[in-house]
Design a protein around this ligand. Structure first.
Ligand SMILES: O=C(O)CCC(=O)C(=O)O
Length: 508
């Protein structure tokens, strides 16, 4: 999912040790518990540990089963190994990575070599990459990525009727491939949605917002502050499709017509559905820009002083149930607000000093290794938050509600149904110093995002700001220094207690 706001969204797919560890350690255990039902035809919807599959989820297309079942099975053949020959010693992930170097024709030829190669070469993410790399956004989704590729590149070949990609293979065991299918088909567990500990506010003043939430850098869910948006009433699918016509929007690494994106999102069953995340929507369709307005709490946006040179700052976000944003921190140390117009989103947020379980930022903060998909994070790490040092803030944000995401907070978001949202990142006086500090880091050229001129953004922004508000930066710095000193100073009661303790010591 590279439809990202920030570098921090870029997942390491190569050398992603974390990912391998996740798949083998934790899933090995869970998948061994997958019920016997899945050892047969897999038509049932209930699986162990309270997980359940989405309604009408198909069983694994090629009959792949979790590895644990191999050890329980009396016939000791794993056709995964026999069909790979000498390559059987490679991990599944490595086999997939190697196949990822091939084109469609070679994948097609290899599929005929053995049952094992048939299963591996039909792995949908391989075909997804081929479509996105070769066809860009110019495809009409045909229910699977392989069919989409074939239908687009070989229109006279009737792949649908030949049943090209549906052969089931017996005795093929692989946690890696099974996991990918499972994550694409799992329903969110009710207990993942239960915790709702965010503060909700309706009708508070801007001053209250600033002093209780923005200054102390705490999330809040704001109700009722976008009730006047035309978007809330108007933005259904038909309206959006009609307004945008043939224009293309950013969807992961490609640009797609909205109509085609909806066609895809209606049919898709994959672990990481493509997410529409477009920073230029209001320039492309000015009407969209005029049918919402920045809620009153976020009107001070100092990056605005940069005019056209400001980094990307607003996005329309559209995605089906299961799509979303995996753990990241927002770009350039900005804060953000996110308003849901249609649908609903589950949020999990951790404060800047707590790295979420299963998430491993690189020391320079430029990259983050995390589970392959959001649902995988819930399966394997959500439970750990129950005993985590600081509990995350969580909520479900519904249509008409706005969440404030303070700067530096880790957050993950999953759409619980098809959703449409607007988000904006901004800089106010409360986080101006953080932003300036971020922009002048030594590796700013890697960290700063949303603009071509990453290295000079600090100078440009500082100078422009000083020209408009002379002396304000110094003032803010003095205030921050005083605050730090205040925080260091022991409170009256601490000092009383300390001196008493001292007095006791000496008197004994
Ligand atoms: O998927 C979403 O709506 C959340 C987007 C997000 O996390 C972000 O814009 O930083």
């Amino acid at each position: 999912m590279l439809s990202c706001k920030s570098l921090l969204w870029k997942r390491k797919r190569t050398k992603n040790k974390t990912k391998n560890e996740l798949r083998s350690k934790t899933n090995g255990i869970k998948q061994n518990l997958i019920s016997e039902k899945y050892q047969s035809e897999g038509e049932d919807e209930e699986i162990n540990e309270g997980f359940s599959l989405k309604a009408s989820a198909p069983s694994h297309t090629h009959g792949v089963r979790p590895l644990g079942n191999f050890y329980l099975n009396s016939s000791s053949v794993n056709s995964r190994n026999t069909g790979l020959g000498n390559l059987q010693t490679l991990t599944d992930e490595l086999v997939i990575d190697i196949l990822g170097l091939l084109g469609a024709t070679h994948l097609g030829v290899l599929a005929t070599v053995s049952k094992s190669f048939y299963v591996f070469t039909n792995h949908e993410p391989l075909w997804r990459n081929l479509v996105l790399e070769n066809l860009s956004g110019g495809f009409i989704f045909k229910g699977s990525w392989k069919l989409t590729y074939i239908a687009t590149c070989y229109p006279s070949f009737d792949a649908m009727n030949i049943g090209l990609s549906c052969l089931r293979v017996r005795d093929f065991y692989s946690d890696y491939l099974f996991q990918s299918w499972l994550c694409a088909n799992l329903e969110m567990k009710p207990e993942w949605l239960e915790r709702d500990n965010i503060i909700r506010k309706k009708g508070i003043s801007v001053e209250e917002f600033v002093s209780n939430f923005e200054e102390p850098n705490k999330p809040v869910l704001l109700e009722g502050c976008i009730d006047n948006w035309a978007a809330l009433q108007k933005w259904d699918r038909d309206y959006l499709v009609k307004l945008s016509g043939d224009l293309h929007f950013s969807v992961g690494p490609v640009e797609m017509k909205l109509e085609n994106y909806f066609r895809y999102s209606d049919q898709v069953r994959e672990e990481r559905p493509l997410y529409l995340f477009d920073p230029k929507f209001a320039e492309k369709v000015p009407r969209l820009g005029s049918e919402y307005e920045v809620p009153v709490y976020f009107r001070e946006d100092l990056f605005g002083l940069l005019g056209n040179e400001r980094p990307d700052y607003r996005w329309i976000i559209i995605g089906p149930a299961g799509s979303g944003s995996s753990f990241h921190i927002d770009p350039n140390s900005t804060s953000a607000w996110n308003a849901v117009i249609k649908g609903s989103k589950k949020w999990v947020l951790f404060p800047p000093d707590v790295t979420p379980p299963g998430v491993h930022p690189s020391p320079d903060g430029a990259e983050v290794a995390c589970p392959v998909s959001i649902i995988e994070w819930f399966m394997n790490f959500y439970g750990a938050t129950k005993t985590w040092k600081k509990k995350p803030i969580e909520c479900v944000c519904k249509a008409g509600e706005v969440i404030f995401v303070p700067n530096g907070w880790w957050h993950l978001v999953i759409n619980l149904e098809e959703s449409v949202a607007i988000t904006q990142n901004y800089v106010s006086r409360s986080n101006l110093l953080n932003v300036l500090d971020f922009l002048q880091r030594p590796n700013a050229n890697e960290l700063v995002s949303g603009t071509k001129d990453r290295v000079n953004l600090y100078e440009k922004f500082k100078n422009t700001f000083e020209a408009s508000f002379p002396g304000t930066i110094d003032q803010l710095m003095r205030k921050a220094e005083e605050k730090r000193a205040e925080e260091k100073k022991p409170s009256f009661w601490d000092s009383v207690t300390d001196s008493k303790a001292g007095a006791f010591k000496f008197s004994f």
